[in-house]
Design a binder for this molecule. Structure first.
Ligand SMILES: CC(C)(COP(=O)(O)OP(=O)(O)OC[C@H]1O[C@@H](n2cnc3c(N)ncnc32)[C@H](O)[C@@H]1OP(=O)(O)O)[C@@H](O)C(=O)NCCC(=O)NCCS
Length: 279
């Protein structure tokens, strides 16, 4: 972690934070709090590139500017821990649909990451292979219901209408489906432009285990600005991916999920300050 941006009492390991490695079979999950004290925010702001500062300036409220700056600063700190480099010098690139990424090193290794923010929270996921993460604080029930046709496929809509669960359970199930599908769409890099209903999930989603999507509508794949990876590696197939809920990193009334290729079976929750595994 960059020492410039943290109070000493919050830094349990002294001045030198150790470099972190990404393991081929593991995804690291970093929960991030976005409401930080002024001095820390000023420090995080210094890590941003001129383009990032300009982007922050364009946000319409002070709260949005503060949180976006904190999020991008923290993201840079986290990436700096893996790359063993000054966070301010990291060069982020963007895929055509906006997914930020890092170029592979000269040796071909690549650190993949994705970030999601909602309200005063964010989650950063880092892995050796493509990864997507989504976090949503509970929206008003009315809005959720309005969105259900965008979130669910026709089959899933039918199942939802037949289910006898309470409104509260049913709304949480919808929010859960939303974050799982958006995490996968973000792993693919398409975002929600392809329609979340294009991804189908099993009827029962385990809270504490990896599960696979049951289908990805080929229509969503038309959205992928593909460099040939899809065909070569099969990563456009539903069977390539698995998803897991992040129930342990989020506050009540929120949902979060991560999507990674099958084979990444370990999930490590990492503290923002010491890089130590906590769960
Ligand atoms: C990405 C997207 C799903 C974000 O939705 P959201 O719920 O509002 O936001 P989240 O907090 O979960 O994620 C935002 C982060 O995801 C990342 N991101 C942006 N675009 C992404 C994409 N296509 N795929 C994966 N991740 C993306 C960014 O890091 C972004 O954070 P930042 O704005 O601070 O850089 C949504 O903006 C989207 O669908 N974008 C694609 C737009 C598109 O197709 N454009 C056409 C090309 S012009």
């Amino acid at each position: 972690m960059n020492d410039r941006c943290q109070a000493p009492e919050e830094h349990p390991q002294g001045d030198t934070a150790a470099r972190l490695d990404v393991s081929p079979g593991r995804v690291d999950i970093w929960p991030v709090a976005l409401d930080v004290p002024d001095a820390e925010l000023a420090c995080l702001a210094q890590l941003l590139s001129p383009a990032e500062r300009a982007r922050s300036d364009r946000l319409v409220t002070d709260q949005l500017r503060r949180r976006w700056t904190a999020c991008r600063g923290r993201l840079r700190q986290i990436l700096g821990r893996y790359l063993n480099t000054d966070p301010a010098t990291i060069g982020l690139k963007y895929q055509p649909r906006g997914k930020p990424y890092l170029q592979p090193t000269a040796h071909g290794a690549q650190l993949h990451f994705n970030v999601s923010h909602s309200g005063d929270r964010a989650v950063v996921a880092c892995a050796a292979r493509p990864v997507g993460v989504d976090l949503e604080l509970q929206p008003p029930a009315g809005l959720l219901v309005e969105l259900e046709r965008q979130i669910l496929s026709p089959r899933e809509l039918l199942e939802r209408q037949r289910s006898a669960s309470s409104d509260e359970d049913s709304n949480h199930a919808l929010l859960t489906a939303w974050v799982c599908k958006e995490a996968l769409a973000k792993a693919l890099g398409v975002g929600i432009g392809g329609g979340l209903h294009a991804v189908e999930l099993p009827s029962r989603i385990r809270q504490d285990a990896w599960f696979r999507p049951t289908r990805i509508d080929p229509a969503i794949l038309l959205q992928i600005d593909d460099d040939g990876t899809c065909g070569r590696t099969g990563w456009c197939d539903a069977s390539f991916w698995q998803i897991r809920l992040l129930g342990n990193v989020i506050p009540n009334r929120a949902a979060a999920a991560v999507a990674v290729p099958v084979g990444i079976d370990e999930m490590r929750l990492v503290s923002i300050w010491d890089g130590a595994a906590r769960a």
